[in-house]
Ligand binder design. Structure first.
Ligand code: ATP
Ligand code: FE2
Length: 321
């Protein structure tokens, strides 16, 4: 079976085709804001402009006659971007006369990670721009055991970077600066039960700007934020009695975060699984692969049900595999 997947919830417009074993073709056209963060309207205009050429490009790499279904990111994400993706997907489904499958974006991050690492029943630490959640499967659903009370860790890093005059995305730039940092400045460590919060930390870190070196601020920010994420992940492991951790989402490529989670896993006799970097951030392959799983288990999305779901939560999906 071959499934085509379209991702475009935020910055990356990406179309991919997968079969059970591998990603057979993928084409990307990321949007990067000229200044500031991601503007939903601008991003959606970018997606609308680039969609036709990406679809054309993917069918130059793989014959459209061999596609069995069209999967698309139905949410969560930026409304205007989701609408572009859903419209293109409906059109393709009708034109090729193949079933349409609406995929939850968070579920796709987790499933592509499991596919590529062979993690079986992990606690997933899903860290991206818009989301930060600790997810694990219980029965026929994934549940969120802890999450950010305000902004995602990626957005927090991007915001901090922006106040230093660094362009979007800020995460990789903060990682690089933090490597040169040595002095630790305490920042608000906010963990409430299993949830956590980052926006107060950003404000506190911004206030250090005239007092501290930028490398030290980046270092202090990463140490504090990643310690919060590690603590909650460890608590989920202990509570559930699981022994696997799967890191997913764009922030998951951060080496310091990987190191901290790995150390925690080692101390508890658990194992950390890290998918290939190109499949950690938003990509079409994760949507195509989750669509393939869903196709095999008889999920279909009628045109009537294919409306965008900007607040779509992972718990809403019944998992049949
Ligand atoms: P979602 O819709 O799942 O929230 P997203 O649109 O934020 O996804 P992702 O590609 O999953 O997209 O994540 C992008 C985020 O990852 C950005 O905030 C970016 O700064 C951050 N990021 C990328 N590389 C690194 C890195 N090396 N260290 C820290 N953060 C990083
Ligand atoms: Fe994402």
């Amino acid at each position: 079976m071959n499934v085509l997947g379209i991702e475009g919830t935020a910055w990356n417009l990406s179309v991919a085709i997968v079969n059970e074993e591998e990603v057979v073709a993928i084409v990307n056209d990321p949007y990067s804001p000229k200044e500031g963060g991601i503007h939903p309207r601008e991003a959606s205009q970018h997606h609308a402009e680039k969609m036709p050429s990406l679809i054309k490009a993917i069918f130059e790499r793989f014959p459209k006659e061999k596609i069995d279904a069209i999967a698309f990111s139905q949410g969560p994400g930026l409304g205007p971007c989701l609408r572009v993706v859903a419209t293109a997907s409906r059109l393709l489904s009708l034109k090729l006369n193949k079933p349409l499958i609406g995929v939850n974006h968070c579920l796709a991050h987790v499933e592509v990670g499991r596919w590529k690492t062979k993690a079986e029943n992990p606690v997933a630490l899903y860290v991206s721009g818009g989301n930060s959640q600790i997810i694990a499967r219980r029965g026929n659903r994934y549940r969120v055991f802890g999450e950010t009370l305000d902004i995602g860790i990626g957005n927090a890093l991007d915001k901090l970077a922006r106040s230093f005059g660094l362009s979007h995305p800020g995460g990789p730039k903060i990682e690089k600066l933090a490597k040169e940092g040595k002095k630790y400045y305490p920042l608000p460590y906010v963990v409430k039960g299993m949830d956590f919060s980052f926006s107060g930390m950003v404000t506190a870190a911004q206030k250090l700007k005239n007092k501290a070196k930028i490398e030290d601020i980046a270092f202090s920010f990463q140490e504090t934020a990643f310690a919060m994420l590690t603590e909650v992940t460890e608590r989920a492991l202990a509570y559930l009695g699981y022994n696997e951790v799967l890191l997913v989402g764009g922030v998951g490529v951060n080496k310091r975060l990987q190191e901290m989670i790995d150390k925690m896993c080692e101390d508890r006799g658990a194992r950390l699984y890290v998918p290939p970097s190109e499949l950690m951030g938003d990509n079409g392959a994760m949507i195509a692969y989750t669509g393939l799983l869903m196709l095999k288990h008889d999920y279909r999305t009628s045109i009537d049900e294919s409306h965008v779901r900007s607040n779509f939560r992972i718990e809403e999906v019944e998992v049949r595999w």
